[in-house]
Design a protein around this ligand. Structure first.
Ligand code: TYD
Length: 222
């Protein structure tokens, strides 16, 4: 069985990742590709519980504990969802993955990237995404779209409609997050594609689908 592809969506909060992940999922399904759409933090019951602690119940959590909880959720998600799906030949679309830890915990919270490298080695050394779509917004629009979880089937709870612990951060935090994402894209241009998220949703989807078709011509059947 040929291993499936791992496609991840990244970007700052409210940039439209979940909406675009759903559009890409529908497109791939129409091409007859078996797709598993999932998200981090979450995707498995224990991950959802950790998500709740990280986003809505954080009181005095240290930055290090936060980092470790994200990786605890990721270890479970990778073990139970991502790796099995890929091994069964499914294409996995994941709303946030390892780049988010570098951007938010490394950039936003200023944790040393070497510590994150170590956790990546433990948890997902064999799982570099085949493609990462980084939805980017100009700096001046950073706070315009926060909070915005309304389109997300994975996050329909009432508590997800109010700003969470990250959405309540100030602009400099998101500037740092965005800068790390862009730096990683510069370092890995073959994997990370930067897409301007400021146009309307259809324009952004069109760009994403075009780049998927170009990368994997077998998906170009329409
Ligand atoms: P997410 O639900 O994707 O937020 P949104 O849909 O609002 O974009 O992610 C929740 C928050 O968790 C988000 O603010 C980013 C943060 N996060 C990290 O800080 N580190 C991580 O490794 C991941 C996966 C998410």
């Amino acid at each position: 069985m040929q291993r499936g592809k791992l496609i991840t969506f990244e970007g700052i909060d409210g940039v439209g990742k979940s909406t675009q992940a759903a559009v890409l999922e529908s497109f791939l399904l129409r091409q007859g590709i078996d797709v598993k759409r999932t998200c981090e933090p979450g995707g498995v019951p224990v991950g959802e519980k950790i998500r709740q602690i990280l986003l809505h119940e954080k009181e005095d959590l240290s930055n290090l504990a936060e980092l470790l909880l994200f990786f605890a959720a990721r270890a479970e998600h990778v073990h139970r969802v991502v790796r099995p799906a890929l091994e069964q030949g499914q294409w996995v679309i994941c709303d946030r993955f390892i780049d988010a830890s570098y951007a938010y915990q490394g950039g936003g919270r200023k944790i040393k990237s070497g510590w994150i490298d170590t956790l990546v080695k433990w948890v997902a050394s064999d799982l570099s995404p085949d493609l990462t779509i980084l939805l980017n917004l100009p700096s001046e629009h950073i706070h315009d779209r926060i909070p915005s979880n309304q389109h997300d089937m994975f996050r329909a709870s009432v508590s997800d409609k109010i700003p969470d612990n990250f959405e309540s951060e100030e602009k400099p935090f998101f500037e740092r997050v965005r800068n790390v994402y862009l730096k990683r894209a510069e370092q890995e241009p073959g994997r990370i594609e930067v897409i301007d998220a400021s146009p309307d949703k259809e324009t952004v989807s069109g760009e994403i689908i075009a780049l998927v078709k170009k990368r994997w011509p077998e998906t170009d059947n329409e």
